[in-house]
Each structure stands twice: as structure tokens, then as C-alpha cells.
Ligand binder design. Structure first.
Ligand code: AMP
Ligand code: ZN
Length: 115
């Protein structure tokens, strides 16, 4: 848990969220400002500032985040129509919360390239 980290506070239950999934390592919840009909954030429970901060010790955790995102997307019925994963990183990447999060976006056609 990092001090003053919004997503650590959500994991701890100090800030409410619409939870989608939780286990020992991974947590998922609906984005408060959805950019698509389905917009879910999948995060590690432990604080990692960004995907760029991951180390070889996080190899299994990174894989788990992706595979849990797949399970969540299937439960949300996104796999037949398609979906997008996004991990914004750093200033130019548009990262606004410094706790690694994978966006699951789906439920409409998404534009490419992103802005
Ligand atoms: P990013 O710009 O990639 O760092 O994404 C941060 C995301 O967190 C944005 O899509 C926000 O809408 C979302 N967000 C911020 N605060 C909350 C919150 N309290 N509950 C759920 N999602 C949030
Ligand atoms: Zn955190």
C-alpha cells in the first residue's frame, strides 16, 4: 500500500468502487468515467507505479493480470465482438493514476489510432 495512492485506497476498501473481481493478487472494478459501454480496470493489489516499474519478480503477476482480464472480458460477453486492452504509462502515455492498471474497453467499435 502506497500512501496517497487512489487505487491502493480502493483495494483497501477506503474508497468505494463497483467491484468486478478480487483474489489475493488482482482486483478489478468499473471505471468511474467509462469511455465505452464496458470499461473495467484490472490492477495488481500490490502497489506498482506503472507497467514500466514491473521487474522480473512480477512476471507471474503480469501474466495473471492479462489472463484475469480475459476471464472478465468473457464474463462481460466481449469476446465475440472484440475489445481493447490499454495500459497508459507516464505523462505522454496519459497515465493519471500512478498504480498500474489495465483498461478493458468494449461494447462499441473503438477508433484507431488512439489520440
Ligand atoms: P489512466 O488515465 O490510464 O491513468 O486511467 C485512470 C482511470 O481511472 C480513468 O479512466 C479514470 O476514469 C479512472 N478513475 C479515477 N478515479 C476512479 C475511481 N475512484 N473509481 C474508478 N475509476 C476511477
Ligand atoms: Zn497504489
Amino acid at each position: 500500500m502506497a500512501d496517497d495512492c487512489l487505487f491502493c485506497k480502493i483495494v483497501a476498501g477506503d474508497i468505494p468502487c463497483e467491484e468486478v473481481y478480487s483474489d489475493d493478487d488482482v482486483f478489478a472494478f468499473r471505471d468511474i468515467n467509462p469511455a465505452a459501454p464496458t470499461h473495467i480496470l484490472v490492477i495488481p493489489k500490490k502497489h506498482l507505479a506503472s507497467v514500466a516499474a514491473a521487474t522480473p519478480a512480477d512476471e507471474a503477476l503480469m501474466g495473471k493480470i492479462l489472463l484475469k482480464a480475459n476471464e472478465i472480458g468473457q464474463a462481460e460477453d466481449l469476446h465475440s465482438s472484440g475489445f481493447r486492452y490499454v495500459i497508459n504509462t507516464g505523462k505522454d502515455g496519459g497515465q493519471t493514476v500512478d498504480h498500474l492498471h489495465l483498461h478493458i474497453l468494449g461494447g462499441r467499435g473503438l477508433f484507431w489510432p488512439p489520440g
